[in-house]
Design a protein around this ligand. Structure first.
Ligand SMILES: Cc1ncc(COP(=O)(O)O)c(C=O)c1O
Length: 423
């Protein structure tokens, strides 16, 4: 049996332990709160509030509209994109921050179809992919007279034929935590002559990603999960430089042809002329305050480079998720099934467990005991482990409290079954 003391010792030896001080965890600690939902909303970096306040008071308050130039607001989408690029195996100038993941998926899929081999009729994705990706793909398939085929993970290989235009997958599945091999899947898609689009919502800042090495075509990702950009933070989009070069040559226009994706926005011409490079994927005015928070969140992740960076994050993430699974296994009588893959190479930074009882009520009872995870219908209790602020002792305490919720049967209290709008 693993003891709490074992976990405390692991925390003492953890090279990332000091990173936790960069997050506003003081109140959580005073309240005895354990936060295991950074895969849904990253925690607040402690000094992000001061940074955003400075942007508001100095750049907005004093600088007023001049700050678009003097404070470099206009360059924020590219500047933060360049920083995110270092986390996902991309080069400077290939990533831009804009809009939401859903909107970027719309742009990426439209672009993917534009560069796909002519005559191909299918977009393929996983049935358990995040719904927004599937809804956007469905609309795009309809608009282009194509078919969206949804299959289980094991059936993807059988779909790679000469009908396939685009394979669109989320690198780490939001429900199960299964992580695809980006390199192998991309290679297989290319062998079938298809374009590969990745959603990195649960990867960027959590696991090493190398888009260039994998030879991927397009990728999008989220700013508010492991990049700690705050609720509704802007998202990012990456396009392989070969596609960007071809788009430049062809003057290709993305579907949301707004003025800030124009080659010369301040020429105010009535005709749309797309900017060269990744900037063509911008649509409208960047949300400066949200970008300020996101930049601070990304900088916080990048500050871990001093203590091993993304490889250290991954090493600890595997250890945390393994510890959680072992502790749940040790309490087999609680009746949970571990849904997440056991092999670390095929697992992201979360663990999902299922229970024959009411998973929603169990999660609410656990939250009432101060452990925050989330619930994904119909039966998944999801726990995210963000190595920058999650301690080994937190994992032990979380499973201990889960035990208490189950053995006391307090989750059966009617108040825990009342559904909130957000689960
Ligand atoms: C894989 C994936 N894609 C996209 C999104 C959300 O997209 P958006 O920020 O546009 O709501 C999520 C949200 O959890 C997600 O898990």
């Amino acid at each position: 049996m693993i003891t709490r003391d074992d976990c405390v010792q692991r925390d003492a030896a953890d090279p990332l332990a000091a990173m936790r001080d960069q997050f506003a965890m003081g109140q959580a600690d005073r309240d005895g709160l354990i936060y295991l939902d950074g895969n849904s909303l990253g925690a607040l970096p402690k000094h992000a509030t001061i940074h955003v306040m400075r942007v508001m008071e100095e750049e907005w308050g004093r600088g007023l509209i001049r700050s678009w130039n003097t404070a470099g607001w206009i360059d924020l989408p590219q500047r933060i994109g360049d920083k995110i690029a270092t986390l996902i195996g991309a080069a400077a100038g290939e990533v831009i921050v804009a809009d939401s993941t859903s909107i970027n998926m719309f742009k990426a899929l439209t672009a993917a179809i534009a560069v796909a081999s002519p005559g191909r009729t299918r977009i393929v994705s996983e049935r358990t992919n995040f719904p927004t990706d599937l809804y956007i793909a469905d609309t795009i398939a309809r608009e282009h007279g194509m078919e969206l085929a949804l299959v289980d993970e094991r059936e993807i290989g059988a779909q790679l034929d000469d009908r396939l235009a685009v394979l669109m997958l989320t690198h780490v599945n939001y429900r199960t935590g299964l992580m695809h091999s980006m390199r192998e899947v991309t290679r297989a898609a290319h062998q079938a002559g298809a374009i590969m689009v990745w959603d990195l919502a649960h990867s960027a800042g959590a696991v090493p990603v190398d888009l260039q090495d994998a030879g991927a075509d397009f990728a999008v990702g989220c700013g508010y999960k492991y990049l700690n950009g705050g609720p509704g933070a802007p998202a990012f989009i990456w396009v392989h430089p070969n596609h960007l070069a071809r788009m430049d040559r062809d003057g290709w226009r993305q579907p949301l042809s707004g003025w800030l994706g124009h080659a010369q926005p301040f020429a105010f011409t009535p005709e749309y002329l797309p900017a060269n490079g990744i900037r063509r994927f911008v649509c409208g005015t960047p949300p400066v305050l949200s970008l300020a928070a996101l930049e601070f969140g990304v900088d916080t992740v990048l500050s871990a480079n001093k203590v091993g960076g993304i490889n250290a994050i991954r090493y600890k993430s595997i250890a945390l998720t393994e510890l959680f699974m072992t502790l749940v296994d040790e309490r087999a009588a609680l009746g949970f099934t571990i849904v997440t893959p056991r092999q670390s190479e095929t697992r992201g930074s979360q663990v999902s467990i299922a229970h024959a009882g009411d998973g929603y009520a169990i999660m609410q009872a656990l939250i009432a005991r101060g452990v925050i995870g989330d619930f994904r219908a119909p039966d998944i209790l999801r726990f995210g482990f963000t190595p920058l602020y999650t301690r080994f002792a937190d994992v032990w305490d979380a499973v201990d409290r889960l035990s208490q919720v189950m053995t006391s049967e307090e989750w059966k209290e009617p108040r825990f079954s009342i559904r909130a709008a957000v689960t």
